[in-house]
Design a protein around this ligand. Structure first.
Ligand code: BGC
Length: 262
């Protein structure tokens, strides 16, 4: 299925049509800087302009950098706080909306480094914040928010995100030390069989991953910066049609009903 994937980040909003079977972009992605303030209306405007740019009429999947439950935003660490409580699925015209790291993780598990991996796998994205996607035998445990674990009495993402490296002008070596400390904490809590490092900085993995010592194998993401877009589209493609109940109580999909199969 072809689906428009849109990835809302702290600094940019990126979108492109995706072939969700192949896990590939069908056209060059469009990137628009995240408006400031990143209020729901301003962001919805950018999302609408991306939909319009691609002349898109089909399904749309959108990521959000916060907790998302049934399309409703529950946290907003790196975007305007007025997002909390907003029904983003409705605001984006019925799009499928999910956490950004969860989307990147879904794409990695399907098309990237996590393919065919069973057991506990963690995908961690290092960008404006630290995002996390936890998988057990390929099944996502959504909204884990491991970027907010406390390390040295501080929110981990304030010490070890890619933004923290830039803001505090840390050397790669110094930053790798902080990343290692964070990963060891996560390793102690979850004993994963694999950790995949995503986010923009994964392109520069050779600068810091060789400095990170851990018992768990740690690999850079295969899809890098496109994982969010691909994962958002993938989640929207997988979404089952809305369900209705028959008089007898059996659950059937609207599509099955329309096709006379119920
Ligand atoms: C947010 C997460 C998000 C991560 C990466 C964190 O600050 O709480 O929901 O996945 O940043 O954007």
């Amino acid at each position: 299925m072809n689906v428009l994937g849109i990835d809302i980040g702290g600094s940019g909003i990126k979108g492109a049509p995706v072939d969700t079977k192949a896990g590939e972009l069908l056209e060059d992605r469009l990137r628009i800087p995240t408006p400031e303030p990143s209020s729901p209306d301003a962001v919805a405007h950018v999302v609408a302009s991306i939909v319009e740019h691609f002349g898109w009429k089909g399904r749309v999947g959108v990521t959000f950098p916060g907790v998302v439950a049934d399309g409703v935003i529950k946290s907003a660490a790196n975007v305007d706080r007025s997002w909390i409580g907003v029904d983003a699925a409705r605001l984006f015209g019925g799009a499928t909306v999910l956490n950004d790291a969860d989307a990147a993780g879904l794409a990695e598990m399907r098309f990237g480094e996590g393919r065919d991996r069973r057991g506990v796998v963690l995908v961690l994205t290092f960008g404006t914040g630290i995002g996390s996607a936890l998988f057990v035998d390929g099944v996502l445990v959504p909204n884990t928010e491991l970027g907010h674990l406390e390390v040295h009495g501080k929110d981990a993402e304030h010490r070890a995100s890619a933004r923290a490296r830039e803001e505090h002008e840390l050397s790669w070596e110094k930053w790798a030390g902080r990343v290692q400390e964070y990963l060891r904490h996560v390793e102690m809590l979850f004993s994963p069989s694999l950790i995949v490092i995503g986010g923009g900085v994964s392109k520069k993995a050779d600068k810091f991953l060789p400095l990170v010592r851990l018992d768990t194998p740690v690999v850079p993401a295969g899809l890098q910066n496109e994982a969010g877009i691909i994962g958002a589209a993938h989640a929207a493609a997988e979404k089952t049609p809305s369900r209705t109940r028959t008089a007898g109580g059996a659950r059937t999909t609207a599509r099955q009903k329309a096709a006379g199969r119920a």
